[in-house]
Design a protein around this ligand. Structure first.
Ligand SMILES: O=C(O)CCC(=O)C(=O)O
Ligand SMILES: [Fe+2]
Length: 427
């Protein structure tokens, strides 16, 4: 099987409803550089797709060699299907989508797929449209092979090592099989009510959320707070991270501004966080930030825990996030000070005189636009942990913009930091 991948490229596909009846699957390609850098949304002609796997989460682009290693290393059942992401629970060989030349592949909207396709079958929208309009004209498509030298396998290797060697203290934290053990009842109730309305074809309304659920701290800048995580879950997560830190496993710090803390995506929490985003946070954000509803809505994320202690980092300077919407939940433990301070949206000067201090409360989430300028005031005692999810929208970020606009945006958001998740510092 790996040999058969000689001239192929693997990519993830987020199927859109459109793709169901098309003979090409619309896929989003992601590069391995920094894990979620988009290469844009392309079409892969179904005739040339070799295999389509249902993935439990967005996977990342891999080169042949990585694919081969991963397959050999991880699939202890001896199966030879390429398993893109390392923990074997992610590969679902039973869910290979049959590709029948004569029938459209049945893809589900919002489900992630991994496509193994010949490299030259990846088309841009224009090429796709051109070939749709002129089927007879079989002019060769420009090859768009991805430069393997650019593909970074370190993240994968690190996760493989962690999966193999690290013994979690609280293994139940790594899945969302029992949402009630993680999420506050009122949060679950709110999300369920949104889903029920959406399913019955009614546009969900903020006013229909449970009465005590949402606190709007600022209408103008769309700053919200709500109860989200259960106390026991928060404290277990802090214990787990302390345990992880003591284990000596490799860990990357959250971003260029936080010197302590951990990227949760990198140490085994990605599948669970993907579920949390897809089933709980995205529906809520759809309601609160309809502007980000395009495509899959908030469909990917960079999630980390920040940590402040008296002898270490105590505060965070004024900045805005590389996110469409940011979720910030306090995990405790005991501290004074450390309030979040908000000062307007970077692109809306009329909001710059905002001056809002938001106190932390264990388990309580603050939800704000990524472009909402903020800082964390110094803690004055104890230690503070907060889980931060920078939620992002693939479509808006990478697809609807022209190249020039995209470059401009990236410049603006300070993408130059390592791993593509630096903070955009506001001036
Ligand atoms: O310290 C906090 O709670 C906020 C952290 C933050 O704003 C960030 O990491 O982007
Ligand atoms: Fe931030």
């Amino acid at each position: 099987m790996p040999e058969a991948l000689g001239d192929t490229c693997a990519a993830t596909a987020t199927a859109t409803a459109e793709s169901v009846d098309r003979k090409a699957a619309r896929v989003t390609l992601r590069s391995m550089e920094g894990l979620d850098v988009s290469l844009g949304i392309h079409w892969v002609t179904r005739e040339r797709v070799e295999r389509l796997f249902v993935m439990q989460q967005h996977a990342t682009l891999l080169n042949t060699e990585t694919l081969e290693n991963v397959t050999r290393k991880q699939c202890s059942d001896g199966s030879s299907h390429p398993c893109v992401l390392l923990p074997c629970f992610l590969c679902q060989p039973s869910q290979i989508v049959p590709l029948d030349e004569n029938a459209p592949a049945k893809l589900k909207a919002r489900q992630c797929y991994m496509v193994v396709a010949e490299a030259d079958t990846i088309l841009t929208d224009e090429e796709r449209n051109a070939s749709d309009n002129d089927e007879e004209d079989s002019k060769p498509v420009e090859r768009r092979a991805i430069d393997p030298a650019k593909i970074n396998t370190m993240q994968i290797e690190k996760l493989a090592m962690i999966t193999e060697l690290y013994k979690p203290l609280h293994s139940e934290l790594y899945d969302l099989n029992d949402p009630a053990s993680m999420l506050e009842p009122v949060f679950l109730e709110a999300v369920e009510s949104i889903q029920a309305q959406t399913e019955s074809g009614v546009a969900a309304e903020i006013s229909s959320l449970p009465a005590s659920f949402l606190t709007c701290l600022s209408e103008a800048t769309r700053l919200y707070q709500f109860a989200m995580l259960r106390r026991e879950w928060c404290l277990k997560l802090v214990e787990e991270l302390q345990h992880f830190e003591k284990s000596g496993m490799p860990l990357a710090r959250p971003n260029s501004m936080n010197n302590y803390g951990t990227i949760l995506n990198d140490i085994g929490f990605l599948p669970m966080l993907n579920e949390l985003l897809a089933y709980h946070l995205n529906p809520l954000c759809k309601l609160l930030y309809p502007a980000w509803d395009e495509g899959g809505g908030l469909d990917h994320h960079h999630t980390f825990v920040v940590q402040y202690r008296m002898a270490e980092d105590r505060e965070l300077k004024f900045h805005f996030d590389d996110a469409e919407v940011t979720l910030n939940v306090c995990l405790g433990t005991e501290f004074t000070g450390g309030a979040l301070y908000f000062g307007g949206l970077f692109d809306a000067p009329e909001t710059h005189d905002e001056s809002l201090a938001v106190q932390h409360q264990l388990g309580r989430a603050t939800l704000h636009l990524g472009k909402h300028r903020h800082a964390a005031k110094p803690i004055t005692s104890g230690e503070r942990y907060n889980m931060i999810m920078w939620m992002r929208n693939f479509c808006k970020r990478y697809h609807t913009h022209s190249e020039a606009e995209r470059d401009e945006d990236q410049h603006h958001h300070g993408h130059s930091h390592e791993h593509g998740h630096g903070h955009g510092h506001s001036h």
